[in-house]
Ligand binder design. Structure first.
Ligand code: 3PG
Length: 335
């Protein structure tokens, strides 16, 4: 798998896949710019090495058609402000394509679409580790048509998560909350085989409980999965005591997905208390995913984590040992 240092970018057109899929409020404004600021170092590197940068991203899930509230205009304004827009624009060195998921071929990984995208550049750089679990045109398909490499953020994310897969300090604790519960369960199962315990949020624990009534359910280590004892839209006090004990004992911690409906302040207490407990611990601690990182940052409890990752679903899939299409396309697993 190649890296930025393996290329000369002078006068090259670089197609750069970023993950600018930021959390949005009802008015379509970004509520947290972490993914935008994390995209900046690679863009700055490419510009300073003489490249023209053609940026690509998705935003939300428009379902293959144009949805005005998911247009990338507002995100672009913010990104260019972080990049010192006036300079970059004056030299005509950077542009951002509109939300790729306005085209259904993006999620279908249409070959013609990937090829058409590839014509816009001389080199393809993927800096969107957090989307590498998606078999989409801009993540996987395009690498077939251009010399390809990973960007600085991708490299950083991968190195951090590899620590959990190769030789995690034990006890290794995983905490999995948030939405998209049905998709996460198979990952929880695989992670329960490498972690020492896995704490689940309420939504996921309901999903888990129903999976155990399924005769095909095959969790090898069900005792490692720790379910909430109380609560509903947030974890309750008994759960908090139990979960805090696990946090205090852990030597490495991976957390993705808030443990309640934290958009509402009254249901944010449990996640906040867990974040503070992790803040006090000396464990190697990683929080991942747009929603959780946004929540931690808005409550100013992020700085004691060892690492904040832009990746939620992709990180889970990676830790679960899945082959990620975005990594496979770039030769991570060998040819
Ligand atoms: C994420 O938010 O995890 C990534 O941007 C991928 O988004 P998706 O779950 O809509 O594919």
């Amino acid at each position: 798998m190649k890296r930025l240092q393996d290329f000369s970018f002078q006068d090259k057109r670089v197609l750069l896949r970023c993950d600018l899929n930021v959390p949005l409020d009802e008015k379509g404004n970004s509520t947290d710019d972490f993914r935008i600021t994390e995209a900046v170092p690679t863009i700055a590197y490419l510009l300073s090495h003489g490249a023209k940068v053609i940026l690509m991203s998705h935003l939300g899930d428009p379902g293959g058609k144009r949805v005005e509230s998911l247009a990338l205009g507002k995100v672009q304004e913010k990104l260019f402000a972080y990049l010192d827009y006036s300079q970059a624009k004056a030299k005509g060195k950077i542009l951002l394509l509109e939300n790729l998921r306005f085209h259904k071929e993006e999620e279908e990984n249409g070959k013609k679409f990937a090829k058409a995208l590839s014509k816009l550049g001389d080199i393809y750089i993927n800096d969107a580790f957090s989307v590498s679990h998606r078999n989409h045109a801009s993540v996987a398909g395009i690498a077939e048509f251009l010399p390809s490499a990973i960007g600085l953020l991708f490299e950083k994310e991968l190195a951090c998560l590899e620590r959990f897969r190769s030789n995690p300090q034990r006890p290794f604790l995983a905490i999995v909350g948030g939405k998209k519960a049905e998709n996460k369960l198979s990952f929880v199962k695989a992670i329960s085989e490498i972690a020492d315990s896995v704490l689940l949020g309420n939504l996921l624990s309901q999903e888990y409980a129903s999976s155990l009534t399924n005769p095909f359910s095959s969790f090898k280590n069900p005792l490692k999965v720790v379910l909430p004892l109380d609560g509903g839209f947030d974890i309750g006090p008994k759960t908090l005591t139990l979960f805090t004990r696990h946090v205090q004992e852990a030597k490495s911690i991976f957390w993705t997905g808030p443990l309640g409906q934290v958009e509402k302040e009254e249901y944010a207490k449990g996640s906040l208390a867990i974040a503070k407990a992790i803040g006090k611990s000396k464990a190697f601690s990683v929080a991942g995913g747009g929603d959780l990182v946004g929540f931690l940052r808005s409550h100013h409890v992020e700085d004691k984590f060892s690492y904040l990752s832009t990746a939620g679903g992709a990180a889970l899939a990676f830790l679960a040992g899945e082959k990620l299409p975005g990594l496979e396309a770039l030769g991570y697993y060998g040819n």
